[in-house]
Design a binder for this molecule. Structure first.
Ligand SMILES: C[S@@+](CC[C@H](N)C(=O)[O-])C[C@H]1O[C@@H](n2cnc3c(N)ncnc32)[C@H](O)[C@@H]1O
Length: 248
């Protein structure tokens, strides 16, 4: 039966489950089931003082009386060797759990294959522990929830959809600003002043929609980048811009 093939079996396994952008109801039935069945749930945090947003999203699906819940720091914006060392340590810990027959779920915001911390881990596991079984359960990405809440189609008819992390250089970004279709800018937090000014120069700032903290406390959708205030800036934010004529 298809379902049993997807169940956590008696052999240990790692499953990365996408938990969606924030609303606990935006997670697949499979994700909820596997989280409930897991022996160990691992959640990434940015630094030791961080609480995990992914963990808070799934808190009602956990069984803490019988599950081990582990928070591990995935350092960001550190020298590459330091980050690689952290991922290697987490990969080693997970490999040990899986080899001991434990069912391990690693939770990620949105979708695990879309700009997620899980991808670093997957790389380490594939390289150093090819015997460890790794699967993913897709999650609803922030961009899908954002498009619906902003009432802005990501793609219609033959539209082109472009997704760019705002952390790229001005030069690269500029080339995308000049193209057609819908543009999604992720990771805009620290880059916001730079992005706003580039969009203003391109005559797109008023068409752009700023979306922050989807499904979480402080969610906000602002239909004009010029209306975004300093206090609206948040790590969990993205921008959508739609540039072509409406289709009939
Ligand atoms: C490291 S990427 C992870 C993307 C995630 N895997 C996904 O599928 O949405 C983080 C970026 O995703 C966007 N993001 C994730 N969750 C969000 C949310 N709840 N509200 C707004 N933006 C979000 C932001 O642009 C943030 O900087």
């Amino acid at each position: 039966m298809a379902q049993s093939a997807e169940s956590l079996t008696t052999a240990g396994a790692l499953v990365a489950v996408g938990v969606g952008p924030g609303d606990p109801e935006l997670i697949t039935l499979k994700g909820v089931r596997l989280i409930g069945e897991a022996d160990v749930v691992i959640t990434p945090v940015g630094d030791r003082s961080d609480s995990s947003i992914a963990l808070s999203i799934i808190s009602e699906y956990l069984a803490p009386e019988r599950q081990q819940i582990i928070s591990r720091v995935f350092p960001m914006r550190q020298p590459a060797e330091q980050m690689a060392l952290a991922w290697r340590e987490i990969a080693a810990e997970i490999a040990e759990l899986v080899r001991a027959g434990r069912q391990v779920v690693f939770i990620t915001l949105g979708d695990p294959m879309f700009y997620s911390t899980f991808l670093y881990l997957q790389h380490e596991l594939e390289t150093d522990y090819p015997d460890v079984s790794v699967r993913t359960v897709p999650g609803i990405s922030s961009i899908l929830d954002a498009a619906g809440k902003a009432r802005l189609p990501l793609g219609f008819a033959d539209d082109i959809l472009t997704i760019v992390p705002a952390t790229v250089s001005d030069e690269k970004l500029q080339s995308f600003l000049n193209s057609e279709g819908t543009l999604v800018l992720l990771k805009v937090y620290r880059a916001f002043p730079r992005i706003r000014s580039l969009l203003q120069k391109a005559g797109l700032a008023q068409k752009a929609v700023y979306i922050r903290r989807l499904g979480l406390t402080g969610e906000k959708i602002i239909h004009n980048l010029e209306q975004v205030a300093e206090e609206d800036l948040d790590y969990l934010s993205l921008i959508l811009v739609r540039r072509e004529a409406e289709h009939g």
